[in-house]
Design a protein around this ligand. Structure first.
Ligand code: CA
Length: 223
């Protein structure tokens, strides 16, 4: 899962980045509204953390422009303490959730997880497909109740597939959601990760859809 952080306070931006990376996300960040707007407009993110008070373009305008352009990325808005009018403007502009400063990083992470799950149509924090379960709170994966140890790349790949069960996901899409903008993207590595995941899970749930990509579905569900 790939997250965009738009926050002009360098220290807070760094803290958010550190926490998100530790939680297993890949992160792109911007320190002003213009750059943030550009990234959100041109790169696919699974969620964005967007501050309201930003230089060059304020957070409300950034969000309004994204929504006007049809981007549905879930957005967690950061507002100044006790500014209820900020919250109203944020939600009216298309924010999915908001958090007032100061906040605990753990709350940011919990809200991000919920936003990402809900946008993929999952209400609970555990996401399952057949024998495979991912606990989005702890990033622990089990298969038939057996704990599976995954590298961060394998985990991101499986997490993305689990959030999009039953859909065909292209290699390009997987690459875009597994690496940040500075990564030298090579979609061939996806095949390697898929191979390792199949081996570790020991089930035949990741189907190769020739010429299109991959699809995760319950064993025996056909198609
Ligand atoms: Ca600010």
């Amino acid at each position: 899962m790939r997250i965009l952080i738009v926050e002009d306070d360098p220290e807070l931006n760094r803290q958010l980045e550190e926490a998100c990376v530790e939680a297993g996300y890949v992160v792109d960040k911007a320190l002003d509204g213009e750059e943030g707007h550009f990234l959100g407009d041109t790169e696919p993110y699974d969620a964005a953390i967007l501050d309201i008070g930003l230089p060059k373009m304020d957070g409300i305008t950034v969000l309004e422009n994204w929504r006007a352009a049809g981007h549905k990325t879930p957005v967690l808005m950061l507002t100044a303490r006790d500014r209820w009018s900020d919250k109203v403007s944020g939600i009216d502009a298309g924010a999915d959730d908001y958090l007032s400063k100061p906040f605990h990083i753990e709350e940011v992470l919990a809200r991000l997880r919920a936003l990402i799950r809900r946008s993929a149509g999952h209400a609970a924090s555990e996401i399952s497909c057949g024998p495979v379960t991912l606990d989005t709170r702890t990033s622990k994966v089990t298969c038939n109740d057996r704990a599976i140890k995954l590298t961060s790349h394998e985990l991101r790949l499986l997490s993305y597939l689990l959030h999009h069960t039953g859909k065909v996901v292209s290699r390009t899409e997987l690459t875009e959601h597994m690496y940040d903008q500075d990564f030298d993207k090579d979609s061939n590595t996806i095949e390697v990760f898929v191979g390792r995941l199949r081996k570790k899970l020991g089930t035949d749930m990741i189907e190769t859809v020739r010429g299109l990509g991959y699809r995760l579905q319950e064993p025996g569900s056909g198609g």
